[in-house]
Design a binder for this molecule. Sequence first.
Ligand code: COI
Length: 354
Amino acid sequence: METRTMSIKVEKAKKSKIDKVDFDNLAFGSVFTDHMLVCKYRNGVWEIPEIIPYQPITLDPSAKIFHYGQSIFEGMKAYKDENGDAWLFRPMDNCKRLNISAKRMAIPELPEAYFMDGLTTLLKLDKDWIPQKAGSSLYVRPFIFASGNGLHASPANEYTFMITCAPSGAYFSGKVKVLIEETYSRSANGGVGYAKAGGNYAGQFYPTQLAIEKGYNQVIWTDDNTHEYIEEAGSMNIFIRINDTLVTGPTSDRILDGITRKSILEIAKDEGIPVEIRKITVSEVVEAAKNGSLKEMFGAGTAAVVSPIASFGYINEDYDLAEIPEGYAARLKKRITDIQYNRSEDKFGWRFKV
Ligand code: COI
């Protein structure tokens, strides 16, 4: 990976908008901080990133992002501890995954220093925006899109990398009711399911709308070939507890290598929880729900952290999961958020001081 030295140009906002924000009632990703990072790829190189006041951007109507969907993103969070210090969680993993997604979408890879120095400079500038309230954080959204023009269906010759930050509360509120998908797919072998490509999410909206119309909140994605294997939960990885064993599917072409997923796996092993990374069939889960060995199901992702599933639907039948207050979901969520918010020792070395 290319490394370059740089000095990021910063143009500060004339007046902060922070006083207008109700930090006690934050939705997810709907208000943005005073600044954003912009970095252009032109003439075959990534230019030095700049930080400017948060503002709309201008694109030509023929920009390839609009037509061919060449866009990728990352999701990460900045946390503030009780001393007012700011922290990130495994940020290099996001940087590496952004470049894995870039490669798959024929987007030029971004120098790691641009990502890390840009991110930390932006966060230092907007540090006051990191909420301190329990359960809130600053959701950080790095993304790259094809800003080059032209309708030829081929990779663009110009790209824009940006980072925006949104002080945010919880992603989900209330109990999550999911529907196991029998018809639609999120991804396929050889496809882009492992990349955080914008289109992966757009493709989920219609089947999810259909599930919402039936009274569910989210879809449990199954494999495209047989719909017999459980793969992901909405935009999250999925964990299933059968008796005392925690099971999650292996990452693949179709399944995102979630940073929360792999952290949960390490924490679970450290907790002495038996863990299995293997394919899980829908029939196994239905059978476990019927015979009482299905104890917990939860989604795991940056935005929602750990999101317990209260019930699932499959072929016109609903299966409820009894609430377990001291269950794995609650225990693992506490351990990961204690590390993220600097409330506990970080024996894994995941915390990164801004
Ligand atoms: C995240 O958990 O950060 C995600 O990428 C999900 C996003 C669609 C909100």
